[in-house]
Design a protein around this ligand. Structure first.
Ligand SMILES: Cc1ncc(COP(=O)(O)O)c(C=O)c1O
Length: 390
């Protein structure tokens, strides 16, 4: 088979690879606990499921407008306006197949071959691949556990070249859980706008932040600089709706039109039934989110407390999402010289699936998800310690 050259450097998703390996072991009868999951362990709330059933029964099963039904686009605008004080209109929004397609659309719509994209590291696995698929070049701006996994405008300055066209921000972050304050995020955005660099702000975990941290968005900044910012979000994480595939974006109406062109020639509208469910999600009660956040905040303390007690391990305390990303390199041995080897040993000997930090651009770390019940989480991390702590 002759596969397109541009795919040669694109890596398959490491998180999906670990899940596949865990599934193989389970099929062989092994009991495996997954600390590699990237989704809440909560079910989609009943009122959202009911809206989907009603849509199905009403025969709402045909093609819709490519960027989403007007009712949903209004609800998306309402999400930003209600939470972040913007006055966005429907024309500045678009509905996509998960946050993933929103990112893909923005990247395809804005980049030309050879453009460079600044990606703070550790980064979510799909960013470099998406940039490469647009024939552009990912430029990682690294930050380590010792600096709290945060970058500053000075770090961006050091990485910038005349080809820098875009900056991809993600707060709260997957994999680190690090959450930038409004002042820190705005300082990075100001840096970019002053240099004509476009900012994509991936805010898929915006509601999943734990006190004293508060949700932060670049939506108000977008309102001041609509030609320089796109805000990506979706229902997957905060609404426990990963399988429904509902993402959305807040962007300049011209960019929305360009992205609709891409989506119209590739996937068209997202599932019509999921769109009706999404309207219910965005306009209905959100008390379930408090329950979810309470559980995640408690498990964050648990997981962070356990991994930080391991000798030599450094782990900034996450303020959001549902991951801890400890630097475990002090525990590397001849048998486990890097994050991939450590995760392989963990899977085989402890029966615990975790994701190697190498997949996120930091081979000193391992990502553990805490999106599972307190007891299973504690037991699994104890098993991990049994294998890696001398
Ligand atoms: C940082 C980040 N952005 C975007 C996504 C994509 O989410 P979705 O399932 O809505 O496509 C994920 C999912 O894991 C993520 O972690």
């Amino acid at each position: 088979m002759q596969i397109a050259k541009k795919l040669q450097n694109v890596k398959p998703s490491a998180t999906l690879a670990i899940s596949a390996k865990a599934m193989d072991l389970r099929a062989q009868g092994r009991s495996i606990v997954s600390l590699s999951v990237g989704e809440p362990d909560f079910g989609t709330p009943a009122h959202i499921r009911e809206a989907a059933k009603a849509a199905l029964d009403a025969g709402f099963t045909r093609y819709t407008q490519v960027p989403g039904i007007p009712e949903l686009r209004e609800a998306v605008a309402g999400y930003f306006n209600g939470h972040y004080g913007t006055s966005a209109a429907m024309e500045a929004t678009m509905v996509t197949n998960g946050g993933k397609q929103a990112l893909y659309n923005v990247i395809q719509a804005l980049l030309n071959p050879g453009d460079q994209v600044l990606i703070p590291g550790p980064y979510w696995v799909s960013y470099p691949a998406m940039v490469q698929l647009a024939d552009a070049e990912p430029v990682v701006v690294p930050s380590g556990a010792e600096q709290g996994f945060k970058i500053t405008p000075a770090d961006l300055d050091a990485a910038r070249t005349p080809r820098t066209r875009m900056l991809l921000l993600n707060s709260p972050s997957n994999p680190t859980g690090v959450h930038y304050s409004a002042a820190e995020l705005t300082a990075l955005a100001e840096w970019a706008v002053a240099r004509d660099v476009f900012i994509v702000s991936d805010e898929i975990y915006d509601r999943l932040v734990y006190a004293p941290a508060r949700p932060v968005s670049l939506a108000p900044f977008w309102e001041r600089h609509p030609e320089h910012v796109a805000v990506v979000n979706g229902l997957s994480k905060s609404f426990a709706m990963t399988g429904w595939r509902v993402g959305f974006v807040l962007a300049h109406p011209d960019l929305v039109k360009a992205m609709s062109k891409i989506q119209g020639q590739s996937t068209s509208n997202i599932c019509s039934i999921a769109q009706k469910a999404a309207v219910a999600a965005l306009t209905g009660p959100t008390d379930f989110m408090d329950t979810m956040c309470e559980a995640f905040a408690r498990r964050r303390e648990l997981a962070h407390g356990i991994v930080s007690s391991w000798p030599g391990v450094v782990c900034p305390r996450p303020d959001g999402a549902f991951y801890v990303f400890p630097d475990v390199s002090a525990l590397y041995t001849e048998r486990m010289p890097d994050s991939t080897a450590m995760c392989t040993v963990l899977l085989e000997e402890a029966g615990v699936a975790a994701v190697p930090g190498a997949a996120f651009g930091d081979d000193r770390c391992v990502r553990f998800s805490y999106a599972l019940d307190d007891r299973t989480l504690t037991e699994a991390l104890d098993k991990v310690a049994g294998v890696i702590v001398p």
